[in-house]
Ligand binder design. Structure first.
Ligand code: GAL
Length: 924
């Protein structure tokens, strides 16, 4: 037993406090089903305190100038190349031996709870590296350091690093995310907390976090996407001020996209009694689920961090939650009380089940409702409550059918999914619940029902949202294993940390009903290493199954074929692009790059018992509102200059027919998924644009693959997906815009996306013909329209009946700016956001589609401007700028409330020569 993980002895003062607070009443009745005053009890037995506010932050000018309190040495980088094609073959690890003192031996023990074999756990060496370093001392004067609140992304404010030899290139988003930085914070601990266990819970810090408290090295965690805990208890000074110092070290060339930098997710202090429910210490599973009844199983892990053996009783009640997350006043069920003895310094698991009658099931809208429940577990010792722990969960049945896909509560649900990176556009990696909710809302409007967290653990709050909103989630842990994709990526820590990172992810996320599939890899290099790679996959697979035997497990494959050993290991076959076939154009004949015939049938034949899905499809590219000519006659084409692309402008045509070399248009994917009805569905690459990986133009800052641009504006593709994914929604959408200065009479193809089955197009009232979708056709195209200014109108039909209309008009010159907020009221908590869309319009209020007028934003009242954007991947104006030009008629300004400051917030958008716009948002 490592003494450093040991809490101070249990003190009976705490018990006296409970008694004096009237808990005897509870003890006498101890009514299992009666209402328990959980919140009050919770604050006595356990506290989870947000410590996001008021940190001091310092980042070294350069990595070369940073201190040497490093986790480990890293290989030297020979070339700063970050435009490696996404599907390039991963390469071998370069091993380096440390010639200097490194802190890794002191950090590794932090993960001990996630290493199953006790013999493999780490013992902390003697000594306290760094204890004499000024930044960890409580008397160090950090007043000149920047004041920041968390979540904080140190790189998002820019500036963008431009040019071909920039230190951070397009791949990582041209923002200064690499570097070494420190965060410091003082906090008080009451003298009465002297007998408590005090943990620091970090939801995510990018990356190689090392924590000191009161100048003592506590521990740390290298993987930037992991959520982790260090035990501060042995270093706490009760009854006084405590100094926390966290060092982060974000390597260059460590990602294929923008990772962000800093403590970019929430941070908490958790206080418990020495005997308490362990970290992520409950596991709720459900079986025999129907609308009549469900069996709910609960495992509770109890940690005894005291010096005495303890006999503990665990009582768990279940409450229903309403749509606002408020629990019913009365419990709807309770588990039989469990009594167990936990040895000092040990953990014990107790398990019990209960049958719930008439459960309200969790399932994806629109056909189902994402109902949630809350299990409230109270630990009792000597008839006194010593801990209370809440677990949100849902009751649902999942069935994976190799011939049809996925059934949720008996209903066949086709995956209409998207991949999402963790960044939130102009807000960067710094997590914000409202920003993530907005992403999901817009995806939902499109008909999306599933998210893949490409390619790493998401913020826990994202899964709270997917639970509440009813999205299905493929929860993914890694982009690389031992073989590397970039010189300093996760492969450097994989051998030491894969078990801890994987167990931590599954333990954290296994109670979210929205999580339906675990993925432990994406296009990993081990696809290429035969039996060896498969053996490693099996090791990872077993870890996931040990932590959660209820969900299927997979790893996404862009290269492995049915006859190779890796897919054999997996429960689900997840294909990236292979279903449609990769690089099938004649120009790829004989290329060394991956080129593959369509693989759905081959995999289905080889694995008739496994569900097949596409974890990545499309990688179709476009710039919102940019239309380039000529337009390909194919249903899917690769981007080249003159074929959907313009490398000078660095834009890709929004006719939505062009994809990366290994990808396919949405139309082609729809057709291939429909032709293989056993396929469970798809996750499109990507739902939203993200920072970094601007294929095919690495001079840019952000991706082109999103269906929605970085600012949250819908590309035309949005309507293509909506027409296919929401067939019941009457809609029609015309592209392109109708503002062409070029000579009248030029051929300007018009395409229509509609959930109808046929449509008639009119130009200035004259019919250009009625067209019907053939089977496996998803758009209607009038490819020989001669441009004439005026009005394009489409009337769509379904089953012969009029179904929907859409009109696009040639606009006049820009005359004014118009602004509208996504919500008229936000919370005055200093966290909530409003997203304001600004349009440049003509005299009739029509958005001028090619307008790029500069707009200046001003704000008045109880809010502040956090960022602006316009969704243009080539735009290098820093995100915090209050001036931004419109991109194809649109710009976005993101405002945040000021804490505790109710009242109106007025945002003004001005542009020279145009009428000013104003919008008011109430902060309450
Ligand atoms: C895939 C990869 C994704 C992304 C995408 C871009 O090969 O898995 O992470 O890089 O390509 O098209």
């Amino acid at each position: 037993m490592n003494m450093l993980n040991y809490c101070y002895p249990f003190n009976f003062k705490a018990i006296k406090a409970f008694v004096s607070l009237g808990w005897l009443v509870l003890l006498v009745c101890k009514p299992v089903l009666a209402q328990a005053p959980t919140t009050e009890l919770n604050s006595i037995t356990r506290q989870r305190i947000s410590i996001n506010k008021d940190w001091r932050f310092y980042k070294y000018d350069s990595i070369a100038k940073a201190d040497d309190l490093i986790y480990d040495v890293r290989p030297k980088i020979k070339e700063h190349k970050d435009d490696i094609p996404a599907d390039a073959k991963p390469t071998k690890t370069v091993n380096v031996e440390a010639q200097q003192k490194v802190l890794k031996p002191w950090i590794l023990p932090t993960g001990n709870d996630f290493i199953n074999d006790p013999a493999k756990r780490y013992t902390r060496p003697d000594g306290n590296p760094g204890d004499d370093f000024p930044f960890v001392q409580s008397n160090f004067d950090d007043s000149s350091w920047e004041s920041v609140n968390l979540p904080h992304d140190w790189a998002i404010k820019g500036s963008f690093l431009q040019g071909p030899n920039a230190e951070v290139g397009g791949g990582m988003g041209r923002l200064p995310s690499p570097g070494v930085a420190w965060y410091r914070k003082k906090f008080n601990i009451l003298a009465s907390d002297e007998d408590k266990c005090i943990f620091l819970d970090v939801d995510g810090a990018m990356s190689y976090a090392i924590v000191w408290l009161n100048s003592k090295l506590v521990g740390g965690w290298p993987y930037g996407y992991a959520s982790w805990r260090v035990d501060l208890t042995p270093y706490i000074v009760p009854g006084g001020e405590n100094q926390l110092a966290i060092r982060l070290d974000n390597p260059p060339n460590s990602a294929r996209w923008y990772p962000g930098g800093g403590i970019y997710r929430n941070v908490w202090l958790t206080k418990t009694n020495p005997i308490h429910v362990g970290q992520w210490g409950t596991f709720v599973t459900t079986r025999d689920v129907s609308e009549i009844s469900a069996t709910i199983n609960l495992e509770v892990t109890i940690d005894n961090d005291s010096r005495d053996n303890a006999t503990v009783r665990a009582i768990t009640q279940i409450f229903a939650l309403d749509t606002d997350g408020i629990k019913t006043s009365d419990a709807v069920a309770a588990f039989a009380p469990l009594t167990t003895t936990v040895a000092a310094g040990e953990k014990t698991k107790v398990e019990s089940s209960v049958i719930l009658k008439n459960p309200r099931l969790w399932g994806p809208p629109p056909t189902q409702v994402p109902n949630l429940y809350l299990a409230v577990t109270t630990l009792w010792q000597h008839d006194k409550p010593i801990d209370q722990y809440e677990t949100r969960f849902g009751i649902r049945s999942l069935r994976f059918d190799p011939d049809a896909g996925i059934y949720v509560n008996g209903e066949h649900i086709k995956l209409k999914g998207v991949n999402q990176h963790h960044d939130l556009g102009a807000l960067g990696a710094a997590f914000n619940t409202r920003a993530a909710e907005r992403q999901l809302e817009i995806l939902r409007e499109m008909g999306c029902n599933a998210i893949r967290t490409a390619h790493n653990p998401p913020a826990p709050e994202l899964l709270e949202l997917t639970d509440r909103m009813g999205f299905l989630v493929m929860d993914e842990s890694f982009d690389v294993w031992v073989r590397k994709k970039t010189p300093l990526d996760f492969h450097l820590i994989f051998p030491d940390w894969y078990e801890q990172d994987l167990r931590a992810l599954v333990r954290r996320d296994r109670n979210y009903p929205s999580v339906i599939i675990w993925s432990f890899g994406n296009e990993v290099g081990e696809q290429y290493t035969g039996e060896k790679g498969a053996a490693l996959a099996k090791r990872l697979y077993d870890i996931v199954r040990e932590e959660d035997p209820t969900r299927p497990t997979t790893s996404a494959m862009n290269w492995a074929k049915p006859f190779m050993p890796l897919p054999d290991v997996l429960d689900i076959i997840s294909l990236n692009y292979q279903g449609e076939g990769i690089r099938q154009a004649p120009e790829f004949e004989g290329t060394k790059r991956i080129h593959t015939k369509p693989q759905y049938f081959a995999f289905h034949e080889q694995f008739p018992d496994k569900v097949i899905l596409s974890s990545e499809t499309a990688s179709a590219l476009s710039s919102r509102g940019v239309y380039l000519f000529p337009v390909t006659q194919k249903i899917s084409d690769i981007v080249r200059d003159g074929s959907g692309g313009d490398s000078k402008l660095r834009h890709v045509s929004a006719y939505e027919l062009y994809a990366v070399d290994f990808g396919s248009s949405a139309d082609k994917v729809f057709s291939s998924v429909e032709r293989h009805p056993f396929v469970a569905g798809e996750f499109v690459w990507t739902g939203w644009d993200y920072i970094g990986e601007p294929t095919p133009y690495y001079e840019s800052r952000s991706s082109y693959s999103g269906i929605i641009d970085l600012a949250g504006f819908k590309k035309d593709r949005f309507y293509l997906y909506q027409s296919h994914w929401r067939p019941e929604l009457p809609m029609a959408h015309i592209l392109p815009h109708w503002n062409w200065p070029e000579p009248v009479g030029k051929i300007t193809p018009v395409h229509v996306f509609t959930s109808g089955d046929e449509a008639e197009l009119f130009l200035n009232g004259k019919s250009l013909g009625r067209k019907k979708k053939a089977q496996y056709e998803y758009r209607l195209r009038w490819d020989d329209v001669k441009y004439k200014p005026g009005e394009l109108k489409v009337v769509a039909y379904k089953n012969g009946q009029k179904w929907a209309e859409n009109v696009v008009k040639t606009t006049g010159e820009p005359v004014r700016v118009e602004a509208s907020a996504d919500r008229s009221e936000i919370r005055a908590d200093g966290i909530d956001l409003a997203f304001i869309t600004v349009r440049v319009t003509d005299k009739n209020g029509l958005t001028v589609p090619r307008a790029n007028n500069p707009i200046k934003f001003e704000i008045d009242g109880s809010g502040e401007i956090v960022a602006t954007d316009n969704g243009d991947p080539t735009n290098f104006v820093p995100f915090p700028s209050h001036v931004r030009e419109a991109f194809n008629g649109l710009a976005l300004v993101i405002i945040r409330s000021k804490p505790g400051n109710s009242g109106p917030i007025t945002v003004t958008a001005k542009s020279p020569g145009l009428k000013t716009a104003q919008v008011v948002v109430i902060s309450r």
